[in-house]
Ligand binder design. Structure first.
Ligand SMILES: Nc1ncnc2c1ncn2[C@@H]1O[C@H](COP(=O)(O)OP(=O)(O)O)[C@@H](O)[C@H]1O
Ligand SMILES: [Mg+2]
Length: 402
């Protein structure tokens, strides 16, 4: 369990001593050293994760600036936890430090035991709060057969939600395909741990451990990547993966799970835990038949049909196969239709970028953004929805082509 930490001290000698005192603490990982809070804030803007981190500020000779900066920082970033230190031990300065938002205070010259105890105490508190506060939602994305665009949808939906221009929300994508998962290729990242590594270390897994285990895409989306060697899905550590998903919902607004095309213990667990299930199909007869079979299977498994949404991918107008036929056969209307753009999806994939980042003005990118909004809206309670709900199928379809 490590908490990322930024050290701030105007005096280079104090900064070096601070670094020397804190660098071996198991609870901390020093990620930045800065002379002023302003430069530390600039560094923090690069931290896009929802995870908490620590700022240790030396109040120095002239504490006014540092105290003011800390106060501003405290109101701007709820994920930041401030520790202050000063050679001035007067009750007045300690009081001012706590008023400015410090959660711990230690005096100078540094007493390693005192610091160790303070940091340990704060790391515990931060950890507890991070776990208690958030209640993210799980969205599963799956299909009845491979190659229909499930992973493409999972990754682009994640980027659409994470990079929403007015309401960005944090997203983690989880690859649950234990055999041929490929999420890290889609995002072109190398994550330090994969889902099986994590499942095997559940005794250590907490919000801070997760933070260090997840891959990070340039869009801000975090990724729990696939296994490096194919694992037997019949031996899947379902209970541990369920705990991981649970833990992720405490750190992210949305956890998007790529369940690929399998209905097994692992995916059924994810279906049961999810608030929304996006079932992807394409406009051909085998896909329609497969989707029909999968819907019957979900019905037999008592998965509530109310959380199932049908997505038609690679939609092209075709007089021999209309979306109305899908509704007729499956008894449910498509929730969203994503247009076909082979060149764009391939170009994006080969760069490790989403379609949204590759060609933001394309019909497909707009459609993913629209889908992201529709998904978030359908998971947002009416009372907290910030704009009127688009309800009808036709208006949604119209929106997907706007
Ligand atoms: N809307 C789309 N238009 C055209 N090609 C697409 C679209 N969505 C996905 N694809 C392509 O379909 C192929 C399969 O996509 P993938 O996401 O890997 O499917 P799955 O995860 O279901 O196996 C990829 O080559 C991808 O680029
Ligand atoms: Mg896939």
């Amino acid at each position: 369990m490590t908490l990322p930490a930024i050290l701030v001290a105007e005096n280079a000698e104090t900064l070096a001593r601070l670094d020397d005192t804190l660098k071996d603490l198991a609870d901390l990982e020093i990620v930045q050293k800065a002379p002023t809070l302003a430069s530390a804030i600039a560094a923090m803007d690069e931290i896009t994760t929802p995870s908490p981190f620590l700022v240790v500020v030396d109040l120095g000779q002239d504490p006014d600036d540092a105290l003011r900066g800390a106060e501003e920082l405290n109101s701007a970033r709820s994920d930041c936890h401030i520790v202050m230190t000063s050679a001035d031990k007067t009750p007045e300065i300690v009081l001012r430090a706590f008023r400015a938002g410090a959660e711990e205070f230690f005096t100078q010259p540094f007493d390693k035991d005192e610091i160790l105890e303070a940091v340990h105490r704060l790391a515990g508190k931060v950890q507890q709060r991070a776990t208690a506060e958030r209640a993210g939602q799980i969205i599963t994305v799956f299909s009845s057969k491979g190659g229909v665009g499930t992973t493409t949808l999972a990754t682009n939906l994640a980027v659409a939600i994470q990079t929403h221009p007015h309401r960005p929300q944090s997203v983690c994508v989880v690859d649950l395909d234990l055999q041929f998962g490929s999420i890290s290729t889609f995002f072109n990242i190398a994550a330090p741990y994969n889902i099986i590594d994590l499942a095997m270390h559940m005794d250590r897994a907490d919000a801070l451990f997760l933070e260090s285990a997840l891959g990070k895409h340039g869009s801000g989306v975090r990724v729990l990547s696939e296994t490096t060697a194919p694992a037997d899905p019949n031996q899947a550590p379902t209970v541990a993966v369920e705990q991981i998903l649970e833990l992720l919902t405490h750190s992210f607004d949305f956890v998007i799970v790529d369940c690929c095309d399998q209905i097994n213990d692992l995916s059924v667990m994810a279906f049961q835990k999810s608030s929304l299930m996006l079932m992807v199909m394409v406009m051909d007869i085998p896909s329609l038949q497969g989707t029909h079979k999968a819907m019957s299977a979900l019905d037999r498994l008592n998965i509530p049909p109310g959380k199932l949404r049908l997505i038609i991918n690679r939609y092209v107008k075709n007089k021999f196969f209309k979306s109305e036929s899908v509704t007729k056969v499956l008894g449910t209307q498509p929730f969203w239709m994503l247009p076909e753009d082979r060149l764009l999806t391939t170009t994006a994939l080969n760069q490790g970028l989403s379609v949204i980042e590759t060609k933001p003005k394309s019909a497909l990118a707009k459609s993913y953004r629209g889908l992201g909004e529709a998904v978030v809206e359908s998971l947002t309670p009416e009372t907290t929805a910030r704009k009127p709900r688009r309800s009808g199928f036709l208006s949604r379809v119209a929106a997907s082509f706007m």
